[in-house]
Ligand binder design. Structure first.
Ligand SMILES: Nc1nc2c(c(=O)[nH]1)N(C=O)[C@@H](CNc1ccc(C(=O)N[C@@H](CCC(=O)O)C(=O)O)cc1)CN2
Ligand SMILES: Nc1ncnc2c1ncn2[C@@H]1O[C@H](COP(=O)(O)OP(=O)(O)OP(=O)(O)O)[C@@H](O)[C@H]1O
Length: 193
């Protein structure tokens, strides 16, 4: 294991432990604040494809934000784990059942269209002020973003986290994609990446 991988693993475990300690009531309050802030700061055009996520473990619950973005015309999609290295994004339809997809995640089934988001709301385990991020360690988002770049697509990447998940510096590896913004309960930070 390289030094950077080990350092990231440590930061991931540390920030996830802090996130797990947030009382449920605080997580709900902060998630609602994040939804309100997101609605007023994220620029959405009707028809825009936006990837969100349904929360697992102690993640920010952005379902209220997703519902509001939909009412403003966004087409929503969710990540779907296909195998050990791949996620794709499938359209979320309110009237279709979600299926279990591994690691406690649920998402649209194979009957739902695969979409390329132009705005991605990216779940974080930890982040720093320059927009470097750490996820659960699967590299799923890094690869998915890389795949979109290879198709000539450059989605806007907005990290979603609680303030307590910020660290001084993420030891970035060459494959790590930087976020364009980070949305927490204290607001949307726009970054020059
Ligand atoms: N809500 C939500 N959905 C999501 C993600 C996410 O971060 N949040 N993902 C974002 O990528 C994908 C799922 N990625 C995940 C990757 C690893 C683990 C996980 O539990 N890993 C083990 C370690 C496994 C190992 O090291 O072999 C662990 O943390 O214990 C969970 C989810 C797709 N869907
Ligand atoms: N574009 C890529 N192509 C190939 N492998 C990659 C790519 N991006 C990441 N990986 C691999 O995935 C593994 C996990 O990467 P990393 O620790 O950055 O995950 P993470 O950012 O925490 O997870 P996630 O992206 O799922 O939120 C590493 O072994 C890394 O080499």
């Amino acid at each position: 294991m390289t030094d950077k991988v080990a350092a990231k693993a440590l930061l991931r475990a540390e920030r996830l432990a802090v996130r797990n300690q947030l009382p449920t009531s605080e997580r709900i309050e902060k998630s609602l604040t994040i939804a309100e802030t997101g609605l007023t700061t994220l620029e959405i055009e009707p028809g825009m494809v936006v990837s969100g996520f349904f929360p697992i473990r102690s993640e920010v619950d952005i379902r209220p934000l997703m519902a509001d973005l939909k009412s403003r015309g966004a087409v929503l999609c969710l990540p779907v784990i296909l195998d050990k290295t791949t996620i794709v994004f499938r359209e979320l339809h309110a009237d279709r059942p979600l299926v279990p997809l591994g690691f406690g995640t649920f998402g649209p089934g194979a009957d739902c269209a695969e979409l390329d988001p132009s705005l991605m709301l990216v779940p974080l385990a930890a982040f720093d002020r320059t927009g470097h991020r750490i996820g659960y360690g699967g590299g799923y988002y890094d690869r998915a973003i890389d795949r979109l770049h290879r198709k000539g697509l450059h989605p806007r990447l907005i990290g979603i986290a609680f303030d307590c998940q910020e660290v001084a510096s993420v030891p970035a590896e060459p494959h790590d994609m930087r976020l364009h913004g980070i949305l927490t309960e204290s607001g949307l930070r726009r970054l020059n990446s």
